[in-house]
Design a protein around this ligand. Structure first.
Ligand SMILES: Nc1ncnc2c1ncn2[C@@H]1O[C@H](COP(=O)(O)OP(=O)(O)OP(=O)(O)O)[C@@H](O)[C@H]1O
Ligand SMILES: O=c1[nH]c(=O)c2[nH+]cn([C@@H]3O[C@H](COP(=O)(O)O)[C@@H](O)[C@H]3O)c2[nH]1
Ligand SMILES: NC(=O)CC[C@H](N)C(=O)O
Ligand SMILES: [Mg+2]
Length: 529
């Protein structure tokens, strides 16, 4: 049965040219939230790409460079030839000004953080959008700025759109062509009217229809998966984490029992996780799940190994081995499904050109041997994490599963410092479970981005019931973060920490002491190894 969605959800799309801003992904997320599809590409993607893409509007991001420099990154010429609305943000506006005959200078006073601009409400972009009105009747916007350069002279054909004392040209517009530039960042939530401004641009000015909704995405993905896969069989590594769970639910809906999942129990899972995954997917949803008990294999391979990178590599290779073996038992499989999401795609494109240092090798199930000849199926590769979560809920997965904290593939293997032993994993699982259970009970789970316990294989002395206890130490870790690239340690209430610590020491005989990790990232990382 073929199924035709009511709309082509990619019909109206916005192209975002990335000049290296810290907030480029935020621009993308805001446009998607508004209900319009968009994609982020590097600024030097080339004229041909820009001409053939079919964007209804183009947004030029901010960036760290100075538009005054001779070899500064520039907007491809094709952008100006297309006749579509343009919005330059910060660096995007500055280079637009330079390229069209205006002038940018290094400013004497830099603006970082909160600012206000007077909005000259005569342009379509800002008309009737304001936070305050002055006694003289001018609109004022509360915005967020981050710049050292500024536009000193507008290009011919542009009029002033907003300004303040430090930045007399804080916005400019060529209303005929629908080309706009703003010095402030509408994509960050500190700019209160930011989302309205972006919506005005993509919906009212560029005429994009709001077709990018969770319901439409589900319908569209299902149709595309069916067309791609036909009658073939698909294999998916199911971890119980958010991404692979949503892929499982989506594939099951699209192709039913042509899907087989492999769930590897490496002995480094959270408390009760294996049973939960089986109950949820196999029993409740009727998905074919092969549970592989590979505990002895993993613990055997990890015996005596203490170096964190070596542990990560061994876990990664052992995963592939198990996967390979399971795949070879199934005869008709042509596809390997993966939970790759859009930030993975953007970041791996960026890292090809970058020279970033490897801090940790993330395990990767994608490195399967060539002779398997499996084709890759990645139905989430256009979606941001928050979109993946909404999709999960739409597909009927429970809220608690879809909004759970991320869990690394190597699992407790990177939360047991030094050598990994089953004995340690059993102790850690219990401590972690108590911590998470208490977080949920105190309504703090959703207020932290990631929380877990870490096992320290050192012993400390305690006194319990007048007796001496000489046993292990557990560290609690909880962080608040948006993107997991930087993180602040969570300031959990003392009485809460006290309750968790008391329970852990009382209920787990092998633990003598509990400590709380107060390091942020950077300079620490979120996981301990
Ligand atoms: N225990 C496991 N059994 C089978 N496959 C696994 C296992 N752990 C990880 N994988 C595979 O590795 C992929 C990457 O893991 P990763 O932790 O990044 O994603 P996830 O578990 O799907 O989601 P989340 O980021 O929420 O944990 C998973 O999508 C899954 O395909
Ligand atoms: O799937 C994964 N495989 C891995 O090997 C891995 N290592 C770290 N993480 C997760 O990444 C985020 C950042 O962690 P770090 O600050 O420790 O680098 C945190 O959310 C970590 O849990 C991993 N996820
Ligand atoms: N955030 C930005 O885009 C900054 C642009 C430019 N690097 C400046 O400092 O003005
Ligand atoms: Mg995971």
């Amino acid at each position: 049965m073929t199924h035709t969605p009511a709309h082509d959800i990619h019909q109206d799309k916005v192209l975002i040219l990335d000049f290296g801003s810290q907030y480029t992904q935020l621009i993308g997320r805001r446009i998607r939230e508004i209900g319009v599809f968009c994609e982020i590409v590097p600024w030097d993607i080339g004229d041909d790409f820009v001409r053939n893409y079919g964007a209804k509007a183009i947004i030029l991001s901010g960036g760290p460079e100075s538009a005054t420099g001779d070899d500064a990154p520039r907007i491809p010429e094709a952008v100006f030839e297309l006749g579509v609305p343009l919005l330059g943000i910060c660096y995007g506006m500055q280079t637009m000004a330079e390229q069209l005959g205006g002038k940018v200078i290094h400013a004497d006073t830099h603006e970082y953080g909160f600012a206000q601009v007077r909005a000259h409400g005569h342009t379509p972009l800002l008309r009737d959008i304001e936070d305050h009105v002055t006694p003289e009747g001018y609109g004022i916007l509360d915005v967020w700025m981050s710049h050292g350069d500024r536009v000193a002279q507008m290009p011919p054909g542009f009029i002033l759109m907003c300004s303040n004392e430090t930045c007399p040209i804080a916005g400019m517009a060529n209303v005929d062509k629908q080309w706009y530039g703003v010095q402030f960042h509408p994509e960050v939530t500190h700019t209160k009217q930011g989302k309205r401004i972006l919506e005005r641009f993509v919906v009212d000015i560029a005429g994009c229809e709001k077709l990018w909704t969770t319901k439409n995405i589900v319908e569209d993905s299902i149709q595309r998966i069916r067309e791609q896969v036909g009658d073939d069989e698909v294999l998916l590594g199911l971890s119980g984490g958010v991404d692979s769970s949503v892929v499982a639910a989506l594939l099951h809906k699209a192709i039913g029992d042509q899907l087989t999942c492999v769930f590897v129990d490496h002995g480094l899972l959270r408390y009760g996780e294996g049973d939960q995954v089986m109950a949820m997917f196999a029993r409740h949803m009727g998905i074919k799940v092969i549970r592989v008990d590979a505990q002895d294999l993993f613990f055997g391979r990890l015996k005596g190994v203490t170096d964190p990178e070596e542990k990560r590599k061994i876990i990664g290779h052992t995963f592939i081995e198990v996967f390979d073996e399971e795949a070879s038992k199934l005869t008709n499989v042509k596809w390997l499904a993966q939970g790759t999401i859009y930030p993975d795609v953007i970041e791996s494109a960026g890292s090809k050109t970058g020279k970033a240092k490897v801090i940790k090798s993330h395990h990767n199930v994608g490195g399967l041997p060539e002779e398997m000849n499996l084709k890759l199926l990645e139905p989430l590769r256009e979606l941001f994490k928050d979109e993946v979560r909404k999709l999960g809920v739409e597909l009927g997965l429970p809220y608690e599963m879809v909004y759970r904290h991320p869990f690394p593939g190597p699992g407790l293997g990177v939360r047991i410092l030094g050598e990994v032993k089953k004995e340690y994993a059993d102790i850690l699982r219990l401590a972690d479970h108590i911590f998470i259970e208490e977080l949920r009970a105190a309504d703090l789970y959703d207020k932290t981005s990631q929380a877990f316990a870490v096992f320290l294989p050192i012993k400390s002395v305690g006194v319990v019931g007048d007796a001496r206890r000489y046993d292990y130490v557990v560290a609690l870790r909880a962080v608040e973060t948006i993107d997991f690239m930087t993180a602040r340690w969570a300031h959990l209430p003392y009485d809460f920490l006290e309750r968790v610590s008391t329970r852990i020491i009382n209920e787990i005989p092998r633990i003598s002491r509990v400590v709380y990790d107060i390091s942020s990232k950077p300079p620490a990382t979120i996981e301990w190894e």
